[in-house]
Design a protein around this ligand. Structure first.
Ligand SMILES: [Zn+2]
Length: 191
């Protein structure tokens, strides 16, 4: 049967419908749209802020802008070969979106596990290497270099710091660190 681009298509009662699991047979779907798994770069729609933060926490490259328009999301996905993460099925049907995924869960932790599993990212997870706020990379920085920007108690109790190379935000293993580490453990726990 001819492939349809709209979910509104009504099937002829005599139609035969073939349904394939992911990954689909490459011989039948050579362009593999929305089927490829080995993707490491993503763009997430404005409703997936928590998923974005979780993925960045795991060191995954995710672009995100809360107010990005559908057009911008599709253009970014196409121009930078990023898989589009969205819970808007209509967006994923756009012909310019080659790779993408619709998280089934409404909850960020479960969505994160879904994305890690769907794109087989487990082997390349690198927690605490990316900025949670801007997706920049973190680099070690000497305490002297960031000293003036630190809170008084942080100056006293911490010696090791990393700084986002893009937005300049400073990271250290403060009181929030154990919480984040526990979250990472939950995110990467085998199902
Ligand atoms: Zn940053």
């Amino acid at each position: 049967m001819a492939r349809q681009s709209s979910l509104r298509h009504r099937c002829n009662p005599a139609a035969t419908i073939d349904v394939y699991p992911v990954p689909v047979p490459a011989a039948l779907f050579p362009e593999a749209r929305l089927q490829r798994r080995n993707i490491t770069r993503f763009v997430a729609d404005g409703h997936l802020g928590k998923l974005t933060r979780d993925l960045r926490l795991l060191g995954i490259d995710v672009l995100y802008a809360k107010l990005a328009s559908d057009t911008e999301l599709v253009a970014c996905s196409a121009a930078e070969a990023r898989a589009l993460l969205t819970r808007d099925r209509r967006l994923l049907m756009h012909a310019a979106v080659r790779d993408g995924y619709y998280p089934r869960s409404q909850f960020a932790e479960e969505q994160t596990r879904e994305v890690v599993q769907r794109f087989e990212l487990r082997a390349q997870l690198a927690p605490f290497t990316g900025c949670l706020h801007c997706n920049g990379l973190l680099a070690a920085v000497a305490k002297e270099e960031v000293f003036d920007a630190l809170e008084p108690l942080t100056k006293i109790y911490y010696e090791t710091f990393r700084r986002c190379q893009k937005c300049g935000r400073i990271y250290w293993s403060g009181s929030h660190f154990d919480k984040l580490r526990a979250r990472i453990e939950r995110l990467v726990a085998e199902p």
